[in-house]
Design a protein around this ligand. Structure first.
Ligand code: CLR
Length: 410
């Protein structure tokens, strides 16, 4: 399989190479954490939450053992686990099936929520996170651009696609359930292979509701439900996917179905399956089923992390000199958490949050407004919605090793 085929793909490949983006990632991915078992104390979630009805996640002070050793911007990076679907989409000439692959990609990220009832670390303002996968040909950079509400902006790039958006999540505990509503719009620029006969396509979608249910009965699980509308702004094609709520006794747990429609509203493909296992497409009027996506195997791991999530916070002597001081990998409380040092994690969490508070007070006293380093909030040229566009050339600064003085938040 060719990494870059068309002119547009080659141009992006060239940018990634010229920036020397993969420097530091020579040792490959991490396959296990330092600890074999997280040994977190089993405390009733309801026991802690019952007094917090009506609150949002960022206003809750929970014991650190309710956390997982992953931050919310790293959770956004977890969406990249199945990017092979975007490469498959790019290689697909049939525009309906191409959209079906993109649709499968948008819901594949929900598979990571199984057994992950834990609070991700809330990134500090200005915290950044980069992640490169030379083996999958992509680079990613993200930044926490707002603290209240918590918003993380992200840009991932590969010769055949870009994936970008912001994880503006609104959360609220209703007693019965803990609901997380993603407000941000996500975008994909797809650059199909020569044979598809089209240039760059723009897709957008909004994520569905994630909800922790079963809290009162002592069996909390994450459910993901709602309507996901994926739009191809270039061709006018649409894919509407219905993710069903678990329902009474979990009868419709994980199920999803929908259709891909052309710009005149004709159904081209039916999509059906489950977001925890397999998703299929079927061309309307035929019996032929195509397996679009299948979940990766998931051996037992601390914090129930997926093998992909285990790679996220890895650091070694090769990578260290390339990272800015704001990178999540250098965040001490999260590192302690990952190593099972919960008391230290809790102390360090208080310390860095105090430091963040002091920095905010200082800015207020000085009358200066905080601005993200690597993104700016502007109108999207096509959807006209506000979005975060990369600025100040993170990868260029990184290449010249000029990141060392870019921020002090830990
Ligand atoms: C789901 C997949 C999406 C991105 C996304 C955004 C917010 C995440 C959600 C995912 C999974 C569930 C989540 C949520 C934020 C908080 C919530 C991690 C990754 C947890 C389960 C809430 C825990 C509640 C505590 C009180 C224990 O593409």
């Amino acid at each position: 399989e060719e990494i870059a085929d068309t002119l547009e793909q080659k141009q992006k490949a060239e940018v990634i190479t010229t920036d020397n983006s993969y420097a530091g990632y020579e040792n490959g991915i991490r396959t296990k954490l330092k600890i074999d078992n997280d040994n977190r104390p089993k405390i009733s979630l309801w026991g802690i939450l019952k007094n917090l009805i009506g609150k949002d996640m960022t206003r809750m002070t929970l014991p650190v053992t309710f956390n997982e050793c992953i931050s919310l911007i790293q959770r956004s990076a977890e969406d990249m686990e199945y990017v092979d679907l975007l490469d498959k989409a790019a290689a697909t000439a049939d525009p309906g099936l191409r959209m079906a692959y993109v649709a499968a990609f948008t819901v594949s990220s929900y598979s990571s929520t199984i057994n992950r009832v834990a609070k991700p670390f809330n990134p500090l303002l200005g915290e950044t996170y980069e992640y490169c996968r030379p083996d999958n040909h992509f680079r990613l950079v993200a930044e926490q651009v707002s603290h209240h509400p918590p918003i993380g902006a992200l840009m991932a790039e590969s010769p055949k696609w870009d994936f970008y958006g912001d994880s503006n999540v609104k959360s609220k505990f209703y007693g019965r359930s803990f609901d997380i509503n993603p407000l941000g719009l996500w975008y994909i620029n797809l650059r199909p292979d020569e044979g598809a006969g089209v240039k760059e396509e723009l897709y957008s979608y909004r994520k569905v509701t994630s909800s922790v249910v079963g809290i009162m009965v002592g069996n909390p699980v994450v459910d993901n439900y709602g309507t996901l509308t994926l739009e191809n702004h270039t061709s006018g094609y649409k894919c509407v996917l219905e993710l069903k709520a678990r329902g009474w006794r979990g009868g419709s747990a994980y199920k999803l179905e929908g259709t891909v429609q052309d710009n005149e509203g004709n159904d081209l493909y039916a999509i059906a399956g489950t977001w925890n296992d397999k998703i299929y497409a079927k061309k309307i009027g035929t019996k032929h089923k195509i397996l679009l996506w299948q979940v990766h195997e998931r051996p037992p791991a601390p914090f129930n992390l997926t093998p992909f999530a285990i790679t996220l916070n890895a650091i070694d002597d090769n990578l260290k000199p390339w990272l800015p001081p704001t990178d999540t990998r250098l965040r001490p409380d999260q590192r302690c958490m990952e190593e099972g040092l919960y008391d230290e994690a809790s102390d360090e969490k208080h310390r860095v949050e105090e430091k963040q508070r002091a920095a905010r007070k200082q800015r207020e006293a000085d009358g200066v407004e905080w601005k993200p380093q690597w993104f700016e909030h502007v109108k999207h040229p096509v959807t006209e919605a506000m979005y975060y566009r990369p600025i100040n050339d993170y990868w260029g600064n990184r290449k010249r090793q000029e990141l060392a003085d870019k921020g002090d938040i830990f």
